[in-house]
Design a protein around this ligand. Structure first.
Ligand SMILES: CC(=O)N[C@H]1NC[C@H](CO)[C@H](O)[C@@H]1O
Length: 506
């Protein structure tokens, strides 16, 4: 008759749980997952049952000896999913769950199948291996749900190519950290590894190597499915009008830069005055909204350098005709408006995320646009963006591509997306945040260890309640969590000066 704590929002080891102190043992040969009568039966969950069975009873490592006697043993975890199955998670998906472990009963209940995945992750984390190798779990009661619905990580696969197999390890790590958005910054100035069916030359001419350093449509489909099975959305970013040098290798839509009267051979951002730009974008966007099932596309809009536009006489003429004077942010606004109109035309159901410069440069975007804040001072920026009524994501504190010596995770942990001046209404427009791992200095050789477990601090900030801020407490749990990731084959780096894991990397 213990009254459950209704505010339990915890990660990774639910600390708002009530532990009764009784231990239950789990036996590999007797344990199974089972739906209760009346539960929805969803493929994602049934597949997760198998995945978590392996994670829990990982035979590669398990020394299970079960010398502990006369304690109750848990023979199954029963699951109740209330709402009908759905194909993909979305921004509104409910990820709450309740988990009850009480003397040989383990019961998990959730509204949606996505909440069931989060509950299975917590269940797997509650199981500890006693020193004789037995697997035990304490009696406990957990009511848990995320504070923010958008808990993402950006991976840049353009500055350096990252093989699909490594991206899947990232998705495994995201699942272990209850993160739910993979922001795939797939192309940029340096390379175009996305194989487009409508414009194959984009990767043929824009990839580092068109045979080995690309993501074919099968690769993309596999990554989207791998993410879906873990309750992770894939939000792809095709950043324009800046960051498009690799696009210009195959299609003449970039601005010719001039020195004096002559083109100087350099190219700048996409040319907003060239009609080819919009006919290309219309066809390309049609493909993208078909390839990526998520409602949201990230359209970029960051770091648009106006100097090339300013050097080009045809653009100067266009500016004059349009009465933009010398205000090149008006040209950026013209481009973004046409881009967003195109999106609405090819896929009215689509939403979009943009970097903050679009709004900083007074581009008027659709009211349901999500603005990603990445520059300092971010509290002022969040205030401004939410005052305009846009929803917002915070990334500024979490540019994990910047590294330093020592335990930098604490500063990530201390950054709270609500720490800006604003009304409750404005705060409610902050839908979450993203850790960013830009690719200038990472590739498959180091992206996992550089990202994890530092990102676990971001994951906890975005999942747990605002009052879960005790760094010392978090340190212990994230240390444990790092070793858990190591055990799962995710080579998360050590981050606290000293220590060890039961299972070191082999
Ligand atoms: C939105 C954004 O961050 N744009 C650029 N800013 C600097 C980053 C490296 O820290 C990347 O180069 C990124 O492309």
């Amino acid at each position: 008759n213990v009254v459950p704590i209704t505010k339990g929002q915890v990660f990774p080891k639910p600390q708002m749980q009530i532990s009764f102190g009784t231990q239950n043992i789990l036996n590999k040969n007797e344990f199974r997952f089972e739906y209760v009568k009346g539960s929805q039966i969803c493929d994602v969950v049934s597949i997760a049952f198998k995945r978590y069975y392996k994670i829990i009873f990982d035979s590669r490592l398990l020394r299970q000896t079960n010398r502990i006697k006369n304690v109750s043993s848990i023979k199954k975890l029963t699951l109740m999913v209330h709402e009908p199955c759905e194909l993909y998670p979305n921004l509104e998906s409910d990820e709450s769950y309740n988990l009850k472990i009480a003397s040989s009963i383990a019961y998990l209940e959730s509204k949606t199948l996505w909440g069931a995945l989060r509950g299975l992750e917590s269940f797997s984390q509650m199981i500890i291996e006693s020193d004789d190798g037995s697997l035990v779990i304490n009696d406990t009661l957990i009511n848990d749900f995320p504070r923010f619905n958008h808990r993402g990580i950006l991976l840049d696969t353009s500055r350096h190519y990252i093989r699909s197999s490594i991206i899947k390890v990232h998705l495994d790590a995201m699942e272990a950290n209850k993160m739910n958005v993979f922001h795939w910054h797939i192309v940029d100035d340096e390379s175009f590894p996305f194989v487009s069916s409508s414009f194959p030359d984009l990767s043929k001419k824009g990839a580092y190597n068109p045979y080995t350093h690309v993501y074919t449509s099968d690769d993309v489909k596999e990554i989207i499915e791998y993410a879906r099975l873990r309750g992770i959305r894939v939000v792809s970013e095709f950043d324009t009008p800046g960051h498009t040098q690799s696009w210009g290798k195959s299609i003449q839509i970039l601005t010719k830069c001039y020195t004096g009267e002559k083109p100087n051979g350099d190219f700048g951002p996409i040319d907003p005055t060239n009609n080819l730009t919009y006919s290309f974008l219309e066809e390309f966007l049609t493909e993208l909204t078909a390839v990526f099932p998520d409602k949201y596309l990230h359209l970029g809009g960051d770091e648009v350098d106006f100097s090339c536009w300013q050097s080009n006489p045809d653009i100067a003429e266009f500016m004059k005709q349009k009465g933009f004077g010398k205000d090149y942010s008006k040209l950026e606004q013209f481009y973004m408006q046409k881009l967003l109109d195109l999106i609405n035309k090819v896929s009215p159901k689509s939403g979009y995320i943009i970097w903050q410069e679009v709004v900083d440069n007074n581009v008027v975007v659709k009211p349901d646009t999500v603005v990603e804040v990445w520059k300092d001072p971010w509290p002022e920026e969040l205030s401004m963006v939410t005052k305009l009524g846009y929803r917002a994501l915070l990334s500024t504190c979490w540019y994990l591509n910047y590294i330093s010596y020592g335990d930098d995770w604490k500063k990530y942990y201390k950054c709270d997306p609500y720490d800006f001046p604003g009304t409750d209404k404005q705060k409610s427009l902050v839908i979450g945040g993203e850790a960013c791992m830009w690719g200038e200095y990472v590739d498959g050789s180091n992206v996992i260890s550089r990202t994890w477990p530092r990102t676990s601090a971001v994951a906890e900030r975005l999942w747990s309640a605002q009052n879960v801020t005790n760094v010392a407490d978090a340190q212990g749990r994230i240390e444990e969590h790092r070793c858990r990731m190591i055990k799962r084959g995710i080579k998360a780096e050590p981050f606290n000066g000293s220590g060890h894991c039961e299972y070191e990397v082999d």
